[in-house]
Design a protein around this ligand. Structure first.
Ligand code: APR
Length: 238
């Protein structure tokens, strides 16, 4: 790793991680784009929309139910664990697009879930919200009010939870170092977070086996899987 970036890491008061589906790849959770982005020949991008849900709530719920089961049995990997271990040495904030909860299960204490959580549900009509860790007996599940429940996640065309988004922008705007891990940066507004960091002259590091649309803005791009790259960051602080 370049010496100047290593020094920035050691001197940082706050490191902000922006994470995406790639960090959970080695935990057995498929990414959204590329060859993993198909389920029963349906494009994941098309299922994660309000229109798909209202057209066919049963189909979208079957997709979520399968993902829920997979995620509930998945374990955090060495990448998630390395991020949580960094908290021993420096303030760490995780801004994640993932809905799998694996950062929290790895022990990270400051995680903002930009796109919601797969274990949370809400009613499509009343203000009922809850967390369900078990399987549903009926698909689509119904609320006590009689209407259909939906996953409490952000679908294409929906806004991010505004309070969480504002906090994310504040963290991004004030960090010394931002490490962008396992995201294609294809989805707005999460993909603007590195821009806020850059405006604050933060050092930008990317961990991704593939190039992304912001690779040329990075101070350092590490082209390896996050399970390999992230544990090496911890050793810098030891
Ligand atoms: N380590 C690090 N990165 C990896 C790994 C790995 N082992 N494997 C794949 N990647 C990278 C891919 O190269 C790709 O750039 O992870 C990225 C995954 O990109 P996407 O599938 O587009 O996932 P993400 O960026 O999280 O998607 C953003 O899109 O569908 C919506 O709401 C959904 O939160 C999601 C959002």
């Amino acid at each position: 790793m370049f010496e100047s970036v290593t020094k920035k890491l050691r001197d940082a008061r706050k490191i902000v991680f922006v994470t995406g589906a790639g960090i959970s790849h080695e935990s057995g959770i498929p990414t959204f784009r590329g060859k993993d982005g198909l389920w029963r020949n349906y494009d994941a991008m098309k299922l994660a929309t309000v229109n798909a849900f209202y057209d066919n709530p049963k189909l979208v719920w079957e997709w979520y139910n399968e993902r829920r089961k997979n995620i509930l049995y998945a374990e955090p990997n060495l990448g998630h664990k390395a991020i949580s271990e960094l908290e021993k040495y420096v303030k760490v904030i995780v801004l994640t697009q993932n809905i799998d909860g694996l950062h929290q299960r790895a022990g990270s204490t400051e995680v903002l879930e930009l796109h919601g959580s797969i274990v949370k549900i809400k009613c499509t009509v009343c203000d009922f919200k809850s967390e369900i860790l078990t399987e549903f007996t009926q698909i689509p599940p119904l609320c006590k009010c009689g209407n259909v429940l939906r996953p409490d996640v952000v679908w294409f065309g929906e806004s991010l939870p505004q309070e969480i988004w504002q906090q994310a922008v504040t963290h991004a705007s004030k960090c010394d170092v931002m490490i962008v891990v396992g995201t294609s940066l294809a989805v707005s507004p999460a993909n603007t977070l590195p821009i806020y960091a850059k405006q604050n002259n933060a050092t930008l590091i990317e961990i991704n086996p593939e190039e992304t649309i912001m690779s040329s803005d990075m101070n350092l791009s590490i082209r390896s899987p996050s399970v390999v790259a992230l544990p090496k960051f911890v050793s810098i602080f030891k």
